[in-house]
Design a protein around this ligand. Structure first.
Ligand code: SAH
Ligand code: AVI
Length: 334
């Protein structure tokens, strides 16, 4: 990844604000993770341009039920959801990716503005421009940033009730304590009168979950290994992705999918400031994807000062969409 200078670009109803973190921050974080006893990389590093494209392919795989299930829920309940959001709100989406899901809500919610927030700069910019052409009435303020670093909402947004749209169970990629801290931050973003529409993947059979992260076409494996190409660019390293095997499994006791890259042999990877040694079979832990029940998610949200106002799910109870509001705040019609 080449470092990108902060930039602001305008195209009709779309602005693009590039606040991508500096290259040096990423280097330090990555090297620290690779120096720990269990080598670990933050899953946000999946999302270079190629990683965002591969994730898009994952969302269309037969085994990966979350995307189509959540889209069906949003599609079926959009009017009810709009009632909670309230028209004229400012809709903010952390981890917006292709901004595919928000399309299902826009004509019902009629927000005053949409703020897609993502770490994958060129993918975000292109997605925002496409959305802007499709919805010319909608002001779009795209912000490329690491959402974990933003204590406050990006500046320069229009006034209006803040509603955060956080679909895809992206919250599941955070450790529960970090997820709760992030919800607390979102609670701060939305103020006392805002809301949060969040998509959560549900705990279910180990077989179903393991299949979703071990697709027959091998796209998830490619997504996992693509991380090493990203690392090669950031660290000036010589990882050979073919020397690492994709490994994903569900741990029902912790209710999480774990993804790893397992070294196929003993090997030394060089980077521009040193070397990293791998024993045969040693892994880099690349992602956790936590699954929740309605109760465990409600408890997580309560710890962040947010109360469940509504829950929508599919008949097979694969996925849930929750509307949360600050505890003690008035209901939408109150
Ligand atoms: N919301 C979309 C995409 C989910 S994939 C959907 O529901 O399908 C997760 C998205 O979050 C990716 O687009 C990725 O680039 C983004 N992302 C992950 N970690 C991030 C971080 N720390 N800051 C900003 N964006 C992040
Ligand atoms: C973005 N996130 C919610 C996906 C997930 O299911 O945890 C990322 C992913 N990893 C492998 N497949 C999809």
């Amino acid at each position: 990844m080449r470092p990108m200078k902060p930039a602001r670009r305008h195209t009709a109803n779309v602005t693009f604000d590039n606040q991508h973190p500096a290259h040096g921050d990423a280097r330090q974080e990555l090297l620290e993770g690779l120096a720990s006893a269990q080598k670990t990389i933050n899953p946000k590093y999946f999302y270079d341009r190629k990683g965002s494209e591969l994730f898009d392919q994952i969302t269309r795989l037969p085994e990966y039920y979350p995307t189509r299930t959540e889209m069906a829920i949003l599609d079926g309940c959009r009017q009810e959801i709009a009632g909670y959001c309230g028209s004229g709100c400012v809709l903010i989406e952390p981890g917006s990716g292709s901004s595919e899901k928000v399309r299902l809500l826009l004509d019902a919610v009629l927000p005053a503005a949409y703020v897609p927030l993502d770490i994958s700069a060129s993918f975000l910019q292109q997605a925002a421009l496409r959305l802007g052409e499709e919805f010319p009435w909608l002001p779009i303020h795209a912000v490329c940033a690491d959402f974990a670093h933003h204590r406050d909402l990006p500046g320069g947004l229009p006034p209006g009730r803040r509603v955060v749209f956080y679909p895809g169970s992206t919250i599941g990629n955070l450790e529960p304590e970090a997820a709760q801290a992030f919800l607390r931050r979102l609670r701060h973003w939305i103020g006392d009168d805002g809301g949060l529409l969040v998509g959560v993947d549900l705990h279910k059979s180990t077989e179903r979950l393991a299949a979703a992260y071990n697709d027959a076409a091998g796209v998830t494996a490619e997504f996992n290994r693509n991380l090493l190409h990203h690392l090669n660019r950031v660290l000036g390293a010589d990882f050979d992705p073919q020397q690492f095997r994709h490994h994903a499994f569900y741990d029902p006791s912790r209710r999480r999918i774990e993804m790893h890259l397992v070294s196929a042999r003993a090997q030394t990877v060089r980077h521009d400031r040193g070397a990293i040694r791998f024993a045969s079979g040693e892994s880099i832990h690349t992602e956790n994807s936590y699954k929740y029940t309605h109760e465990s998610f409600a408890a997580l949200a309560a710890g962040a000062g947010l109360a469940l106002r509504a829950t929508w799910s599919d008949d097979a109870a694969l996925f849930a969409v929750h509307y949360l509001a600050p505890e003690g705040s008035a209901p939408p019609d109150g």
